[in-house]
Design a protein around this ligand. Structure first.
Ligand SMILES: NC(=O)c1ccc[n+]([C@@H]2O[C@H](COP(=O)([O-])OP(=O)(O)OC[C@H]3O[C@@H](n4cnc5c(N)ncnc54)[C@H](OP(=O)(O)O)[C@@H]3O)[C@@H](O)[C@H]2O)c1
Length: 252
């Protein structure tokens, strides 16, 4: 039996597109006040209005989360705006796969900087507020959902650094889960397979590389992953969904 998220505040990173955007819409529909965080402010404003027009509550913050200061600033603005933080959805990420001999080091740095450092920075800034929110939480529990990947469980040629960041996210989530579960802070990891988003448009050849590995398949929609996220965070306090892998049916 799922519970509504009324009187809770959810911060969603990577809310300007794809899975983060779909998650923000889904959590707002479940009653959460949502804080939308990413670099493209115009996209966030459009989403903020869309959520408000649908009767929800949203507030957007432009931030580059690969900066520890900007990540901490996003959490501080959330607390200034809504006074609490109950749910953190870490979806911001990039995937710049390719042959390691040719890949620029800059692309590897970019993946580490946002997929791992960015997630770390915002989680660190959010943790004291999440721990504090439990006492007054209408649901008596708070949530951190980290978006890792099937690539966080299985490594593959030409995916080395993306794999490394996502394995790290999966590992850190489990470690945090153990550390915070007795304080009613649930840590969960969602590991999507191929989902039709802009992730595959960040570099030439990404979609082709994927299709060469898996063939022509029916891709997941961002909303499919948002549904998994909503399932996790609307479960009653006693139920911790630690990990969900969601693949397209056709992805062998
Ligand atoms: N799509 C898939 O098949 C798939 C599969 C497994 C896992 N994932 C994971 O799912 C997550 C979401 O990806 P997506 O598929 O939704 O891709 P997407 O549509 O490209 O979304 C990525 C989001 O991350 C944000 N972002 C990137 N760098 C950032 C930075 N430095 N600071 C703040 N925000 C930043 C982007 O916003 P701005 O550019 O506006 O900053 C964007 O909103 C990622 O962690 C990805 O690794 C995706």
């Amino acid at each position: 039996m799922s519970e509504q998220l009324n009187n809770t505040v959810a911060l969603v990173t990577g809310a300007s597109s794809g899975i983060g955007q779909a998650a923000a819409i889904r959590l707002a529909a479940a009653g959460a006040k949502v804080v939308l965080v990413a670099r493209r402010a115009d996209r966030l404003k459009t989403l903020e209005k869309k959520i408000q027009d649908a009767g929800g509550t949203a507030f957007s913050i432009e931030a580059d989360l690969s900066s520890a200061n900007e990540a901490a600033g996003a959490v501080a603005q959330t607390i200034a705006q809504y006074g609490r933080l109950d749910t953190l959805i870490n979806s911001a990420g990039v995937m710049l796969n390719g042959p390691s001999l040719e890949s620029p080091l800059k692309e590897w740095d970019q993946m580490v900087d946002i997929n791992l450092r960015g997630l770390m920075y915002i989680t660190k800034a959010a943790l004291p507020h999440l721990v504090e929110a439990v006492a007054t939480s209408p649901r008596k529990v708070v949530d951190v959902v980290n978006i890792s990947s099937v690539a966080g469980r299985f490594a593959a040629a030409q995916v080395a650094v993306y794999n490394a960041t996502k394995f790290a996210v999966t590992a850190a989530t489990e470690a945090w889960r153990q550390e915070f579960t007795k304080r009613s802070v649930r840590f969960s990891v969602v590991e999507p397979g191929a989902t039709a988003t802009e992730l595959f448009e960040q570099k030439d050849g990404l979609r082709e590389g994927f299709q060469a590995r898996f063939g022509e398949i029916e891709w997941l929609h961002a909303e499919d992953i948002a549904e998994a996220i909503a399932f996790i965070v609307t479960n009653p306090r006693r139920v911790a969904i630690n990990e969900i892998v969601v693949r397209p049916t056709d992805q062998a």
